[in-house]
Ligand binder design. Structure first.
Ligand SMILES: Cc1cc2nc3c(=O)[nH]c(=O)nc-3n(C[C@H](O)[C@H](O)[C@H](O)COP(=O)(O)OP(=O)(O)OC[C@H]3O[C@@H](n4cnc5c(N)ncnc54)[C@H](O)[C@@H]3O)c2cc1C
Length: 392
């Protein structure tokens, strides 16, 4: 494909994160001419906890090989230190990855299926005609029938073509910590969620092969994230006197204010569309899922500018789940003491919370069960196995 706009690709995908590369793979397998551009060269670093839920692994449906750092088969849930519990999960509920490796794997898979990748090619602007979109990039003009924007939370495509205020987002801060020898082995295959880690949010500890990813997040946003992160890390023995620490922060887009995902020949996916979930800040699964729905819409309606199939599929299969996640986040983080003592410490409901990550239960179903059973759960019950939080 030339940079002078003479050739027309079926689709031009902007951004080779999980949404873009998965979509490129799906569409190349449909036999479409796919061009994928990214402003970076790959592998590239990406700010992310690298917690990959089992539902994401199932959706991808292939062996991650060495890109899988640690399977996660237990979660430590903590509130006010003395209240920590361990939730065992079989089969594994998640795994950890490092995004530079994971994203490169998905990109290589898309290229192997026939997608053409142009590195260090940034989207600049676009204009639409009756039958095509002309896209200005940092390297020249590309033309396509559909422009599929998967360029992340600060999407340039969205800002240029849909307006700067379409998506609302919150900040999140993380630290990569390389601990003393033996610490990761003692921590094991567990992920830790601490509801004291951040006001109206949580702190996480995700073990990787050679380091911990530790971070704080609240769906209500917040300030002084570095202070909260320092306080959180100071509470855990495993995180003391690390050999090396690297801090990085970015934004998590939690809502699409006008429920606008498509304008003619231009569609938004993943973070660019505002499709991360509010309860845990999980975004990879929803990015992959939006790619699946976009590919399904193209398979059904072709490359038509007037197709509303993608929007309908989002409305049916993805947005109700995100709305339920937002409601659960409101309940849990606004009333953490109540939520921890009546929901998290309750074995039936914490089983469902684990199921949200693994994909064994959806957010709507979990919310419905919580609402129906809440009166019964408010009665005193025997708490599950406890563990001293300083064992971490
Ligand atoms: C601190 C933090 C921790 C997180 N932890 C987790 C977690 O543990 N698990 C989880 O599921 N989610 C997590 N998330 C959310 C997750 O990172 C995102 O939801 C996910 O990366 C979205 O994927 P995407 O493909 O939509 O976009 P991205 O992964 O952001 O990919 C966008 C791509 O577009 C490219 N791009 C950007 N601008 C342009 C341009 N102008 N031209 C061309 N290319 C461009 C970028 O280089 C990038 O490669 C976290 C987020 C943060 C901030």
């Amino acid at each position: 494909m030339s940079y002078d706009g003479t050739d027309i690709a079926d689709v031009l995908i902007v951004g080779a994160g999980p949404a873009g590369s998965h979509l490129a793979w799906l569409l190349a397998r449909q036999g479409l001419q796919v061009t994928l551009i990214d402003k970076e060269n790959f592998p590239r670093a990406k700010v992310c906890g690298g917690g990959l839920s089992r539902k994401s692994m199932d959706l991808l449906g292939f062996d991650l090989g060495p890109a899988l750092h640690r399977p996660i088969d237990a979660a430590i849930l903590n509130f006010h230190n003395h209240n920590a519990i361990i939730k065992e999960m079989q089969p594994i509920a998640a795994c950890t990855v490092v995004r530079s490796e994971f994203d490169k794997l998905l990109l290589d898979r898309a290229c192997a299926a026939g997608a053409r990748f142009l590195a260090e090619t940034a989207f600049v602007d676009a204009s639409e005609s009756a039958d095509a979109v002309s896209v200005s990039t940092s390297r020249g003009v590309l033309r396509c029938r559909l422009l599929l924007a998967a360029d992340g939370a600060a999407s340039a495509v969205r800002n240029k073509l849909f307006g700067k205020d379409l998506v609302s987002y919150v900040p999140a801060l993380e630290a990569m910590m390389w601990p003393a020898p033996g610490t990761l082995e003692r921590f094991g295959r567990r992920a830790l969620f601490d509801f004291d880690g951040m006001p109206r949010g949580y702190g996480w500890i995700f073990p990787k092969r050679d380091h911990f990813n530790v971070g704080v997040y609240s769906p209500f946003g917040g300030t002084s994230l570095r202070r909260h992160l320092d306080r959180f890390t100071a509470a855990y023995a495993s995180l003391q006197q690390p050999r090396r620490v690297e801090y990085q922060g970015y934004i998590i887009p939690l809502a699409n204010r006008r429920q606008l995902f498509q304008r003619g020949r231009v569609w938004l996916l993943g973070d660019a569309a505002g499709l991360a979930e509010a309860l845990f800040g999980e975004g990879i699964y929803f990015a992959l899922k939006s790619a699946t729905l976009a590919a399904k819409a193209i398979a059904e309606d072709g490359l038509r500018a007037d197709s509303d199939c993608y929007g309908r599929l989002l409305q049916r299969e993805l947005l109700p789940e995100l709305r339920a996640a937002a409601r659960m986040a409101q309940l849990i983080y606004r009333f953490p003491k109540f939520a921890f003592s009546h929901l998290v410490l309750n074995q039936k409901i914490n089983h469902d919370f684990a199921g949200l990550i693994s994909g064994d239960i959806g957010y709507r179903e979990c919310l419905r069960k919580t609402a129906l059973n809440l009166p019964r759960w408010l009665l005193p019950s025997k708490p599950p196995d406890s563990v001293a939080s300083d064992s971490c």
